[in-house]
Design a protein around this ligand. Structure first.
Ligand code: FES
Ligand code: FES
Length: 156
């Protein structure tokens, strides 16, 4: 099946099998391997991407569902110059990354939150990342990092 959509600001035009998952399109066909596969059943959040402003599990979504949508993956966050997104900076500054496996999904969930709520409180952050599992850092540092990134938003 043919589909076109926007990914990280660029037009994508691709043919995919009807039963291909969005996760496999992104990782295997498009080579955007920042998006991770953990549980493959919607429980860990490692595969989180943003589709039309919403954080979704790409392991549970068919690739064809991306047709006509605006998609962001972790690769779309930093600038072409290599400058990191404020969320990425905040995760580094707060030590919110250990093995890093959960981090792209965590950051995408946090970005979807900050895009609709630029200065969220702790509860709102916890709710936004409740579908993302981290088995090593502990959530306190992650919540602090998202709070820090939110405090850097002057428009909230
Ligand atoms: S790999 Fe998709 S939620 Fe775990
Ligand atoms: S940093 Fe290792 S799973 Fe979160």
């Amino acid at each position: 099946m043919h589909l076109e959509f926007i990914c990280n600001g660029k037009k994508v035009s691709v043919d995919v099998p009807a039963d291909m998952r969005a996760l496999d399109l992104i990782r295997d066909v498009m080579g955007l391997t920042g998006t991770k596969e953990g549980c493959a059943r919607g429980e860990c959040g490692a595969c989180t991407i943003i589709v039309n402003g919403k954080a979704v599990n790409s392991c549970l979504m068919y690739a064809v569902k991306l047709k006509g949508k605006e998609v962001f993956t972790i690769e779309g966050l930093s600038e072409e110059s290599g400058k990191l997104h404020p969320l990425q900076e905040a995760f580094l500054e707060e030590g919110a990354v250990q093995c890093g496996f959960c981090t792209p999904g965590m950051i995408m969930s946090a970005k979807a939150l900050l895009d609709r709520n630029p200065r969220p409180n702790e509860e709102e952050i916890e709710e936004a990342i409740s579908g993302n599992i981290c088995r090593c850092t502990g959530y306190a540092k992650i919540v602090k990092a998202v709070t820090r990134a939110g405090l850097g938003n002057n428009h909230g």
